[in-house]
Design a binder for this molecule. Structure first.
Ligand SMILES: *Cc1c(COP(=O)(O)O)cnc(C)c1O
Length: 407
């Protein structure tokens, strides 16, 4: 703890080149270096401009629905018999998850930069829907890249994006899922960068994306601090969030990094268990490498080929983790755990039954960790879970999987 206490983390990272210690950076084709530099400068100027920040705050309030509630989970607390459990309700946001914080911030930035066209990648469709919605709202042309396999699996989400006026382009390369969709989006950006902004959906990719996406989400933690001080008159003992690329988690944790008495825990997707190809827990078997613009922990085979990944939740199903997470893990400032598909599904059911809240399967991983952890904490301790999104999108899949178990 003393080591942690001596290092002020907040506002110091990344460095000017986008490094979080050995992680992060800008590993892109030469043609993208200038656009990324322009984006970095435009972002910094916007972030320092009160007019931009006021407009963002106004839209976050009136369009996205901020601030979100911090709600005491009385029945879950009683059921588990330990720490007092609070849920930070990002599930209440417009389009159903935290992702709108970032989509709104980047779309406003695109407008400020004079761009008329926005592109984005999407896996399950959540980031695509958030981006398509804000583009409709702000009058921007919108193209969403999505793997053909994902489009078939998420037909309803494709329809929702199209309803909001976005063009959804199927990607037929490779596994036809998220990784290939990102490659296509990068290709489009290289070609059309003069008119186009690429809204990357998590705290990943080349600098400035990990920093910028984190900063658009750090409002989650800032609100949580105010709300828990009001409810408990003190900071929480532990905070828990699921980690896909890592945006909801870093946004939730960021304001607490320099509070050594607050334990921070990120929960990855353990899938069927920690066997290559069967999970997406990058800190369980991942190795240092470069994927899609940044250096970080990646699930790969000994030849450096990216492993297949699996998770019941599409939003956690990605081979790389945001570079800032790798840095805090090295420093021991954030701890990481994982939950399996089965544990997440059980938590999904428990939260619905005891709280009347259907969590996203992604968020259910954080609840699954809490189910194991809270009973081992004293009854006067406080644990806050970031409920990153709502589970309406997951009920069909969950009922299919649970029926298979129940029958
Ligand atoms: C996309 C998504 C995630 C995972 O993304 P992060 O960048 O790790 O936050 C988690 N929860 C929900 C509800 C999502 O839609």
């Amino acid at each position: 703890m003393s080591q942690v206490q001596s290092i002020p983390f907040r506002c110091t990272l990344p460095d000017a080149a986008g490094h979080f210690g050995p992680y992060g950076g800008t590993y892109v084709p030469e043609t993208l270096m200038t656009p990324l530099l322009e984006l970095t400068e435009a972002y910094r100027a916007a972030w320092d401009d009160p007019t931009f920040r006021d407009e963002l705050s106004r839209q976050l309030k009136s369009y996205a629905g901020r601030p979100t509630e911090l709600c005491f989970s009385e029945r879950l607390t009683r059921h588990l018999g330990g720490a007092r459990i609070y849920l930070k309700r990002e599930d209440l946001l417009h389009t159903g998850a935290h992702k709108i914080n970032n989509a709104l911030g980047q779309a406003l930035l695109a407008k400020r930069m004079g761009k008329t066209r926005v592109i984005a990648e999407t896996g399950a469709g959540q980031h695509g829907i958030a981006t398509a919605s804000v583009c409709a709202k702000l009058g921007l042309e919108c193209v969403i890249y999505m793997g053909a396999v994902d489009m078939a699996r998420q037909a309803l989400n494709v329809y929702r994006m199209r309803l909001s006026g976005a063009e959804v382009r199927g990607v037929e390369a490779g596994q036809k899922t998220l990784k290939e969709a990102i490659n296509e989006a990068i290709r489009d950006w290289v070609t059309n960068v003069r008119t186009t902004h690429y809204v990357l959906g998590s705290a990943l990719g080349p600098h400035p994306y990990p920093m910028m996406v984190r900063n658009f989400h750090k409002v989650i933690g800032e609100e949580t601090r105010r709300q828990i001080m009001e409810a408990e008159k003190r900071l929480p003992d532990e905070m828990v969030a699921c980690v896909g690329g890592g945006s909801n988690a870093i946004g939730f944790f960021f304001d607490f990094l320099d509070e050594p008495d607050v334990r921070l825990v990120g929960v990855e997707a353990g899938g069927y268990g920690i066997t290559p190809g069967k999970h997406a827990a990058r800190f369980e078997g991942g190795k240092l490498g470069v994927l899609q613009g940044c250096k970080t922990f990646i699930l790969q085979n000994p030849d450096g080929q990216i492993d297949l990944t699996h998770s019941v939740s599409a939003g956690l199903d990605y081979a790389a983790i945001g570079p800032e997470h790798a840095f805090y893990r090295d420093r021991g400032r954030i701890d990481y755990a994982y939950a399996t598909d089965d544990e997440a599904l059980e938590a999904f059911r428990l939260c619905a039954r005891l709280e009347g809240i259907i969590p996203a399967l992604e968020s259910s991983h954080a609840i699954a960790y809490t189910v194991k952890r809270a009973p081992r904490m004293p009854s006067d301790s406080v644990l806050v879970v970031n409920l990153s999104g709502r589970g309406d999108k997951d009920v069909q899949e969950a009922s299919r999987l649970m029926d298979a178990v129940d029958s």
